[in-house]
Design a protein around this ligand. Structure first.
Ligand code: GDP
Ligand code: MN
Length: 382
């Protein structure tokens, strides 16, 4: 479960990690009131469960309550990276001297938590890790020993701090670890941790809780559980209701697979050939024709999608049923888009026959199908 920023910050507060003064608002009027309560310049932030909101225009600075109201009007109800904004967080504007990054995640290879820190916060940390890996400190935590004061101080020193600031930074690092463990976090991040004068404030907050541990956090699920669905687009919600695993992406090639691994491999292959996947859609096992039909209809109605690519391995899933679903979806009408199909496995011949009758050609391999879908997405011939 991924908490929204303001939800994560409420948890941060209970662990005494410093956060800016502020409150959540669901309307422009509420945003004005929160800003009045704060007094002075504020920042208005879209509450959607994705990163990079700043770059996408989801973080707006306001000098006074009136501007805060305008910022809230701009953000509320609009889409941000495909997600509808239903709430904004209005916070005091910090006078940031420096931005750091602190994070805690699970390292499956070490079978332990790993603490991450960088003096280059605020930006995309994955990008820093790629460009300049030496700028991201990784500290593997011994699960029996935990992350003690001296470990945390070591990290703060490696970030170049000393004296009082070093002590304050290490205290926050230690609390972040304690919160992560207690909350069963898969990932928790402060990006940026803002240096403001002689102290640090978590300007942004992220807390993803391991779904397998949610039974230990019933109160949190009750309080925030709706946030997950809230962050989804209309189509994603609809898909969830149909039992499909569907995530919208930025590209124009619609992808349908059966099984998460195969679907991911299809996305990678499309990427490899220079195409841009527009979604991840996993039919799951043994998909009946209706579900295939619903999945295709979903992508036909998604305006960003120009080409649909199906990659199906028949097992419990029968290729002839998949083929029937495809044909039915096309028969229903709606926008016409090229469909590239690769099916293989149980009842393959029958599936191919049904598709051929409907005028659809079959690709012999995933690579061939991906290449063809990419060419079609560029308006090219195959
Ligand atoms: P994200 O883009 O989704 O990670 O959203 P953030 O909450 O991290 O905000 C994006 C950026 O806005 C941050 O990296 C900061 O540089 C900036 N920012 C956010 N809050 C403040 C603030 O109170 N004061 C100032 N000066 N900058 C802020
Ligand atoms: Mn951030």
């Amino acid at each position: 479960m991924r908490l929204l920023e303001y939800e994560a910050k409420e948890v941060f507060r209970t662990f005494q990690i410093p956060i800016p003064r502020g409150d959540v608002a669901e309307s422009a009027e509420e945003a004005v009131r929160v800003a009045e309560g704060i007094g002075g310049p504020v920042v208005v932030k879209a509450q959607v469960p994705v990163g990079g909101r700043g770059k996408a225009g989801g973080v707006i600075f306001a000098e006074n309550p009136e501007e805060a109201g305008e910022a809230a009007s701009t953000l509320l109800g609009r889409g941000l990276r495909g997600l509808r904004v239903r709430r904004v967080l209005v916070e005091e504007r910090l006078r940031i001297d420096r931005e750091l990054y602190l994070g805690l995640t699970v390292d499956r290879r070490c079978r332990s938590y790993v603490f991450l820190a960088s003096g280059e916060g605020g930006v995309d940390i994955e990008e820093v890790a790629q460009r300049a890996p030496e700028k991201v400190i990784k500290y593997a935590i011994d699960p029996l020993e935990g992350f003690r004061h001296h470990h945390a101080r070591g990290v703060a020193k490696r970030l170049g701090f000393s004296g009082g600031l070093m002590m304050k930074l290490s205290e926050i690092a230690k609390r972040l670890y304690e919160m992560g463990v207690e909350m069963d976090a898969e990932l928790t991040e402060i990006n940026p941790l803002a240096l403001v004068g002689e102290g640090f404030v978590a300007a942004d907050a992220r807390l993803n809780i391991d779904d397998n541990a949610l039974f230990r956090h019933g109160d949190l699920v009750q309080r925030y559980g709706g946030g997950e669905l809230e962050g989804l687009s209309e189509a994603e919600r609809e898909a969830r209701g149909l039992g499909l695993t569907y995530v919208e992406l930025d590209g124009d090639i619609g992808i349908i697979g059966n099984g998460a691994g195969l679907t991911m491999a299809t996305l990678d292959t499309v990427n490899f050939y220079g195409g841009r996947p527009g979604n991840f859609l996993d039919l799951g096992g043994g998909a009946p024709p209706e579900r295939v039909e619903q999945a295709i209809t979903l992508l036909l109605n998604n305006r960003r999608i120009r080409v649909i690519l199906l990659n199906i391995l028949g097992g419990i899933t029968r290729c002839d049923e998949i083929a029937r679903g495809i044909v039915n979806a096309r028969r229903k009408g709606g926008p016409i888009k090229p469909i590239v199909v690769r099916i293989s496995g149980t009842n393959e011949e029958e599936g191919i026959r049904i598709l051929a009758e409907a005028g659809l050609e079959i690709s012999g391999s995933m690579e061939e199908a991906a290449e063809r879908a990419v060419a079609l997405s560029r308006g090219g011939q195959t």
